[in-house]
Design a protein around this ligand. Structure first.
Ligand SMILES: [Zn+2]
Length: 278
């Protein structure tokens, strides 16, 4: 592997919340440590379909995941499989959908909650949670600092070349409280503060870091359809190479080939998006 990279996906954060409420990320944009672009989600702009598209680089119309009720082992190649192809070590700290899409389905609570599989063709080191019972009154999300720490632990113990972290806290908060409220301001503020100390640490370990969301949310906390609030989020990049102009809009399908290109892993033939980092 040429380089190492961590992809941090904060579920359901619209462009406006990233830019208005994430003071640490925005501070690093001001000082030049980070670059930020607008990123547009695929349609449907629903979580599972977006996870599948982020990692395979193909549309939901092609991979076939039409929503959160239709999760299965995808047939397309993805970031994990391509990093493994190049001999890299992969890890994931994420919702169980990620294990189902890219490793095996159905999800077995005991077998799949935590695994270390050095010979896996996709995910070598997985730490998953299911959010079973999730609803407005009980979010069933782990604490985000625990997730960030777990990813760091995997990096240190297993020398990950590529690590994915996904957390649904802010998506759940948006569905519960919507967006023009104290609760949402505070939730974004806390996420930013919890994440911030890890970024310099990951950079010191030699990782490029990308922070983004799978999709946005509108004023009623909804997403799934078309429109700026539902589809548009931010993408922050911490690393040494150049990207497009500040006003460029990144297509979600560009993420997989960009990450593979950056790592020096083979881009699958099915991934048609152009890498946006040079
Ligand atoms: Zn989502």
């Amino acid at each position: 592997m040429d380089r190492k990279l961590l992809l941090i996906i904060l579920d359901g954060v619209p462009w406006r919340n990233f830019r208005r409420l994430f003071g640490n990320l925005e501070g690093w944009v001001d000082t030049g440590e980070a670059r930020v672009w607008k990123k547009r989600a695929v349609l449907p702009s629903i979580s599972a379909s977006c996870y599948a598209s982020i990692h395979t680089g193909v549309t939901p119309q092609e991979h076939g995941c039409t929503g959160n009720g239709n999760v299965f082992r995808l047939s397309q190649k993805d970031i994990f499989s391509q990093v493994r192809e190049a001999g890299g070590v992969t890890g994931a700290v994420a919702h169980s959908f990620w294990s189902q899409f890219f490793n095996r389905h159905p999800f077995d609570y005991v077998r799949d909650v935590e695994y270390d599989e050095p010979n896996s063709k996709t995910i070598n080191h997985g730490r998953f949670h299911t959010m079973t019972g999730y609803g407005k009154a009980n979010q069933m999300t782990p604490c985000d600092v625990d997730l960030f720490a777990t990813l760091t632990n995997l990096c240190l113990r297993h020398g990950l070349d590529y690590g994915l972290l996904h957390t649904s806290t802010l998506d759940s908060m948006g569905h519960r409280f919507f967006h023009e409220c104290e609760e949402m301001d505070h939730a974004c503020f806390v996420m930013d503060e919890m994440l911030a100390p890890f970024i310099p640490r990951w950079r010191q370990l030699g990782y490029d870091v990308i922070v983004t969301a799978d999709h946005g949310q509108d004023d009623r906390g909804h997403h799934g359809g078309r429109g700026a609030l539902q589809q548009e989020t931010a993408l922050y990049y911490f690393g040494d190479v150049e990207g497009p102009d500040a006003n460029a809009v990144i297509d979600q399908l560009q993420l997989a080939p960009t990450i593979l290109d950056r790592l020096g892993a083979p881009i699958a033939e099915t991934m048609k998006g152009q890498p946006f980092l040079k």
